[in-house]
Ligand binder design. Sequence first.
Ligand SMILES: C[C@@H]1O[C@H](OP(=O)(O)OP(=O)(O)OC[C@H]2O[C@@H](n3cnc4c(=O)[nH]c(N)nc43)[C@H](O)[C@@H]2O)[C@@H](O)[C@H](O)[C@@H]1O
Length: 444
Amino acid sequence: ASSDIVDYVSNSCDKHQYIFHLTDILSTRQKCPQSIAKMPNTIYLLYDVNPPEGFNLRRDVYIRLAVFVRQLASRKPFQNVRLVLPPWRRLTHWKSSHLQQHSLPWEHFFDIESMRRYAPVLDFPEFLTEIAQFGLQEPPYVQVQQVFQLMNFEYMFEQDVFHEKFEFESDCRKEQHLQGYLLQQPMLLDNDFVCVRYQGSVNLLERLLRQQLKNSVGQAANDVKVYAILNAEIVLHDQWGDKEFWRARRSMRFAEPLQQIAEKYRARVLNSHKVDELVQRPPMWESERVYREAVGGDYLAVHFRRGDFVHWRQRSTPTLKSAATQIREQLHLLNLTTVYIATDTTAMELTNLKAYLQRVRVRRFTPESLTQKALIKDGGHAIVDQIICAHARHFIGTFESTFSYRIYEEREILGFPKHTTFNTLCKYATLEDCEKNSVWPIVY
Ligand SMILES: C[C@@H]1O[C@H](OP(=O)(O)OP(=O)(O)OC[C@H]2O[C@@H](n3cnc4c(=O)[nH]c(N)nc43)[C@H](O)[C@@H]2O)[C@@H](O)[C@H](O)[C@@H]1O
């Protein structure tokens, strides 16, 4: 089992060092290390999201929980609550089957220290290290005292009114819900599994947790508690797009190595340099202020979502020719000659798209070596695409793609004028008035 744990960290730290460290911790588990002595009543809140959901919706679910946990931590008895980031499974859209894309920690993609300055979060390997210090009953296994399997209500409205509520479901069999990833983690032992029908904002979770704590009065008050919430996407934002949302969102900076790869690419291929882009990028997100003067690099960026959208979203997904016409028109308006295309399309489609864009410089990021590809993986590649799009003079996204939404948000943080950001590819190049993505400007 300890080799399972090591799997989690094999990408981020030296295996042998880690085994040594873990053995050390386990052998001294009767003592109470300084680091946890001040942590009575620690509650670890694990969570997971519906398996088919993509990367960028998962980022949004994180924000719902981060805002909640930050506020919860200011109220008794939750001062020592920790939100544990679920290890990344191989997502449906991560198609490079030769890459190891299981059990990736969040630090692979995000700057955890930056996120932690907003809310008390722990990456999964950090959680395993920290909880081991409490003295596990069955090391290296971790007892999850209660698993809450969230489910939607069958009917959302009662007499046309939407009420916030939760109810325990009696017809609940754990075997039906095992496709989730979190519970497949070999070191997590789950005790009690309950299904909860849930509708409402994330704040309703506080009632659920308080009820749970009341029911566990038999345990010592300062016992460490581990709870897991499955299908956490069912909880809604308390307030989408308010100041707290944006604080959590701004704290979610990408991992530095991915930022550097994107920066080098912009300089080398797009001749775009930090100093000329005039984007807002203080070392810490806390120093960001209202700003709309970003200029960006001398290129148009387009997120052209294909993949499953070609079949399931025919109504809004343009053909290659239509997309090319819109790109041409926009380049003409901006007096630019370079377009950066982020896309999940096939090589064949890309060649066809380029054929419609003769005399336009079409650029697209590909990892410079197999080593870099293996290092950043499909998720990192997508993030590099997002960073490059975020720094362009002008951006056009895909209708109803969360991948594009996250680029909009990034550009809002960097300080671009709104009209350069909230643009959407239309199905038909001739249709001025097509359905557009909503505009959600940043607030401070
Ligand atoms: C309708 C829903 O849309 C959701 O997609 P949508 O919101 O675009 O956005 P995501 O949920 O992120 O899923 C799309 C995934 O496809 C890859 N991908 C898409 N566009 C690009 C790109 O420009 N560059 C790179 N490198 N990768 C890309 C990437 O792995 C990304 O996370 C889907 O996750 C759901 O399964 C469902 O289909």
